[in-house]
Design a protein around this ligand. Structure first.
Ligand code: MOS
Length: 705
């Protein structure tokens, strides 16, 4: 491992590495910041979605005339009159039929949009949507996913991955853990519901949206509606959370259809229930993990099998095996995934896709192995630390999981822990502690940026980045200030506008690494241009960059952010209540640009992890497929009272593969949290919890009071 301590222990030269409040913080807390549904437009009409009420079938009639006669109703868009879409459109460049709304009379799952009612006011549109009578010819639906489903297959997108002979190593290992872990369907639940406004103006399709990447959305929209990419302009100035769900939403596709048909600006804002029904989810997983170890806990085999589900119209693969790819060394490793197509909505990326559910399984199994071999859980992980990518054999860009584990253990007071479960009591509470490690992919993706120097000594940075609440805007200004060697007050930044050019989206925890690289490169280009001229003209001088060739030239490496999380829980075995009392997360996530907002993101990630551990579960009716808890009362996301004092901090790390040394902090802090909590619940009660969420019922039915 390269010793990077020297390069990163030096005090920061500029503003990178020092804490700054969000540039738009005042606007946000005073309510001045406008989100997609807040932006006023003259002559705005409103659209309201109508969703399929059957699990599978065919639309036989739509009572359009009755609704057209209602006050204010301007039109009803449905499969009989909707513009024809290009089936090749999809976020990843291949066709995603999830986007093919109102194209035929087929209903592939409950909640599929079947019509949009457009009216003068939002209330009239909703009244029309509520009144629209749609009849169906129902067909038998397949709604229940299970690991032994007869339709289960290995998707081409997630082929078996392995090294060594797992079966032989498992057979020869003196200690084997072989368990199943399950995670439920989960929903992103961003604070701001999805909303879009679309209008045609001056020959361009203008969109105000809530998304994680305006350039990507504009591009996919242009493909979907067969438009020249330059015709479409998408903006998303402020976004109230995304968590993976804000790619190209149904409200946007339908708003574009409506404005095209009705020649009026149209806004479509989803209700909370519609957000649950139409914007994707994390698929449920059923994972079998087998660990084979020698008597000291050294891993001989890791076998990680996942069964999960997708819709009948598009193959999305949740990939928990991702976590097993690079967390521990073992003589043999095998990762397998099987998929079942059911009549449910298409799942999508959500809050550390793959690694979040995967780490619950792997890190719970590691705790079970620690118990079986009688080795401390932190020590067990230290003994299985890999030198290179466990399957790939590639070197790591940097890796400081050991630092996370040792510093975390020290600060949490782990050394004082009595390893025996079920021995600490405080009145009615059983107390326990647990830990888990985490990993999440890092790296940079091609982006463009432009920086203009103005004659008054100020600069405008333009980059198609997205700030979905993370503080991205602020971090980018800090990096630009250092790259230009000017104070932050000299910099104005424009983001979240597809006209700013191609840029990676706020996804995969790779926004900051990708965008800072483009900004750094544009600053270099600008400084070279400025060196050649005597004075800056009135319209400024612009430096530009496209990082595609630089990123294309990178050597292949294992690149990940790492973390270790420690939890203390109290369990009341008579009520089933689990309270997390304290949590500590220590992360190694590359160079930290803005410690203030980084800490917030890490605490946010750990909060999502606690939420996943104890609360979140999308519940469906097994006969009709409808979600029975599609609102924030029934689908509980951890609230303030659920969250204890969380401490998040980091150890030195630096990613040498991008100029800012950044990895990413959006998702790594969700990875391992649920296992740390589950392992603490075992330590408190002596009973393993292998299914999420660890609800009152699960505690009551498994733990002896
Ligand atoms: Mo995130 S789930 O990578 O948008």
């Amino acid at each position: 491992m390269t010793d990077l301590t020297e390069s990163i222990s030096a005090p920061p030269v500029g503003v990178v590495g020092t804490s700054h409040v969000r540039l738009e913080g005042r606007e946000k807390v005073t309510g001045a910041a406008r989100y997609a549904a807040d932006v006023p437009f003259e002559g705005l009409a409103h659209g309201s979605l109508v969703l399929a009420t059957v699990a599978r079938g065919r639309i036989t009639s739509i009572g359009v005339d009755d609704v057209l006669a209602m006050p204010g109703v301007l039109g009803v868009i449905h499969h009989g009159n909707a513009p024809r879409l290009n089936p090749e459109a999809g976020l990843l460049g291949t066709g995603d039929a999830t986007l093919q709304l109102l194209q035929d009379d087929r209903v592939p799952h409950v909640g599929r949009p079947v019509a949009l009612v457009v009216a003068e006011t939002a209330e009239q549109a909703r009244a029309g949507a509520d009144a629209l009578v749609v009849t169906y010819e129902e067909e038998e639906a397949d709604l229940v996913f299970s690991a032994d489903h007869p339709g289960s297959y290995t998707p081409a997108a997630a082929p078996e991955k392995h090294k060594g002979d797992v079966d032989a190593e498992l057979a020869a290992a003196p200690v084997v853990v072989d368990q199943r872990y399950t995670t439920p369907q989960e929903h992103h639940s961003a604070m701001e519901p999805h909303a879009s406004m679309a209008r045609w103006a001056d020959g361009r399709l203008e969109v105000v949206d809530s998304n994680q990447g305006s350039f990507l959305v504009s591009y996919v929209l242009s493909v979907l509606f067969r438009l020249d990419p330059g015709v479409v302009r998408v903006r998303a100035e402020h976004v109230g959370g995304g968590f993976g769900s804000k790619g190209i939403g149904p409200q946007l596709i339908l708003a574009v259809m409506a404005t095209t048909e009705l020649k009026r600006p149209v806004r479509v804002a989803l209700t909370r229930r519609q957000v649950f029904a139409t914007t994707g989810m994390r698929a449920a997983t059923d994972q079998r993990v087998r660990l084979g170890a020698d008597s000291t806990g050294r891993l001989r085999a890791i076998d990680h099998d996942t069964a999960t589900h997708t819709s009948t119209i598009h193959e999305f693969v949740e990939f928990p095996g991702e976590v097993t790819n690079a967390l521990y060394a073992a003589d043999a490793i095998r990762i397998r995934t099987s998929l079942v197509k059911v009549n449910l909505p298409t799942p999508t990326w959500m809050r550390a896709p793959g690694c979040a559910p995967g780490s619950f399984a792997l890190e719970s199994a590691m705790d079970e192995l620690a118990e079986a071999v009688g080795v401390d859980p932190v020590e067990l992980r230290l003994r299985n630390e890999p030198e290179v990518g466990p399957i790939s054999g590639l070197p790591f860009t940097s890796r400081n999981l050991v630092g996370c584990l040792t510093e975390g253990a020290r600060r949490f007071g782990w050394a004082d822990r009595d390893p025996r479960p079920g021995v600490r009591r405080e009145g009615r509470w059983l107390l326990g502690t647990g830990m888990a490690a985490g990993i999440y992919g890092a790296g940079s993706l091609p982006s463009t940026a432009a920086i203009t120097a103005h004659p008054d000594g100020t600069f405008t940075v333009g980059i198609g980045a997205a700030d979905i609440g993370t503080g991205a805007r602020t971090a980018l200004v800090l990096v630009a200030a250092d790259a230009l060697e000017v104070p932050t007050s000299a910099i104005r930044i424009d983001i979240a506008d597809s006209d700013l050019g191609q840029a990676w989206f706020a996804g995969g925890s790779r926004g900051t690494s990708s965008w800072t690289w483009a900004i750094t490169a544009a600053a270099t280009d600008l400084r070279e241009k400025l060196a050649d001229i005597a004075h800056i003209p009135a319209d400024g001088i612009t430096g530009r960059a496209d990082t595609a060739p630089l990123i294309g030239a990178l050597e292949q490496r294992e690149n990940h952010a790492h973390g270790a999380q420690f939890a203390e829980v109290a369990v009341d075995p008579s009520s089933g209540e689990v309270r997390v009392r304290r949590m500590l997360g220590i992360f190694a996530a590359g160079r930290i640009i803005n410690p203030l907002t980084t800490r917030s993101q890490l605490i946010g990630g750990m909060t999502m992890g606690i939420s996943m551990a104890l609360h979140e579960e999308g519940l469906r009716d097994a006969q009709f497929g409808g979600q029975v808890n599609g609102d924030l009362a029934g689908y509980h996301v951890s609230a303030h009272a659920d969250i204890p004092a969380i401490e998040a901090d980091w150890v030195p790390d630096y990613d040498p593969s991008n100029p800012s040394g950044v990895k990413g902090v959006g998702e790594v802090a969700i990875v391992g949290t649920a296992a740390a909590v589950a392992n603490a619940v075992w330590h408190a009660t002596g009973t393993r919890q292998r299914s999420l969420p660890i609800s009152l019922e699960r505690i009551l039915t498994t733990t002896n009071a």
